[in-house]
Design a protein around this ligand. Structure first.
Ligand code: P6P
Length: 341
């Protein structure tokens, strides 16, 4: 494969598929540059004096790490002057950030989790930035939070940047998934994989096992069958991984297959799940689907779930298609049984 830069890839995609209007290409290059800056701050670690907590809380009531706030500011500052965005939304901000009047407003909306996996920052485990791009609804004057409340199927671009042994940007604009590795000598992202495909079957599941006693029956059934291995109903042994960084777990699945689950559990019955729909589940689900995998909340396709709140949460089951379909089928069987009693 040609080792071409992100810029050349986007220009050639534009020429081939007309799927990347120049304003969207500009936006994606700005986001990539912001991820490069975040990577440098993350890589400094203690040397940069940016580890540890910031003694503030975000809208989720989670203690913020200094790097959470730094990453959020890098993305805001990088994106507000370019004229391609109308507004931004972030896990770290209560409400949307409208592009200030001193800059021209564009037609795109950018949503992001600036640094996902924060519990791993201080222990030098992979973390990442997740982003999603929507178009501002036609004809709406100004921009409001309601403009962001679109289903994941409306995304025009989605991706993440994983800050691990390599810094890798993973992106889709609806023409499949491509991966770009940061060449630190050049200071540019270089195409290292394209037409990424998730194997439809897997022997590797990812879930936080410490929550087992709180799971709903279909999830318990699925995991019990994996643990039963060769002698059990699946007739094969399974391996388990849980990095507690969605970006790292999804990157592994895009690279070698697997199933990732953060399901509803009975600890907080009114909370549909832990992960956020708009800037975690939707972008990751589109990437997985674009790579031939599947993503549901146990019952329905995540990308079809209506958005009602900016920070709404959702149950997530995503990865190798045949395994996601099995878990979803177990949920449907359980629902059918409960309604027939
Ligand atoms: P737990 C990180 O905080 C995150 O939002 C995802 O990146 C990750 O998959 C999940 O939460 C980890 O949650 O409960 O295992 O710490």
């Amino acid at each position: 494969m040609k080792r071409i830069s992100l810029t050349r890839y986007l220009v050639e995609q534009q020429r081939a598929n007309d799927s990347i209007p120049s304003q969207l290409r500009l936006l994606l290059e700005v986001v990539a540059r912001a991820c490069k800056s975040i990577s440098q701050a993350v890589n400094k670690g203690d040397l940069g004096g940016v580890l540890g907590v910031a003694h503030t809380e975000n809208v989720q009531g989670e203690v913020q790490k200094q790097l959470d706030i730094i990453a959020n500011e890098v993305l805001i500052e990088a994106n507000e002057w370019g004229g391609h965005l109308a507004a931004m939304a972030s896990e770290e901000m209560d409400t949307i950030h409208i592009v200030p009047n001193r800059y021209p407003q564009g037609e795109y909306l950018l949503l992001f989790d600036p640094l996902d996996g924060s519990s791993n920052i201080d222990v030098n485990v992979s973390i990442g930035t997740i982003f999603s791009v929507l178009k501002k609804p036609e004809g709406s004057r100004g921009v409001t939070e309601e403009d962001f409340l679109q289903s994941g199927a409306q995304q025009v671009a989605a991706g993440y940047c994983v800050y691990g042994p390599q810094t890798t940007l993973v992106l889709t604009v609806g023409q499949g998934v491509a991966m770009f590795t940061l060449d630190r000598e050049q200071g540019s992202f270089v195409l290292t994989k394209e037409h990424v495909q998730v194997p439809p079957d897997t022997k590797e599941f990812a879930i936080n096992m410490s929550n087992m006693r709180h799971w709903d029956a279909p999830v318990k059934r699925y995991v019990d069958e994996c643990l039963a291995g060769k002698e059990g109903p699946r007739g094969k042994d399974f391996n388990m991984r849980w990095i507690a960084s969605m970006v790292a777990d999804v990157h592994r699945i895009l690279t070698r297959g697997g199933i990732f689950m953060y399901p509803w559990d009975k600890r907080e019955p009114n909370k549909p799940g832990k992960l956020r729909l708009m800037y975690e589940a939707n972008p990751m689900s589109w990437l997985i689907e674009q790579a031939g995998g599947a993503a549901t909340n146990g019952h329905e396709r995540i990308l079809d779930i209506p958005a009602t709140q900016l920070h709404q949460r959702v149950s997530v089951v995503l990865g190798s298609k045949n395994e996601v379909e099995r878990v979803t089928q177990y949920h449907q069987e359980a629902r059918a049984n409960s309604s027939s009693h």
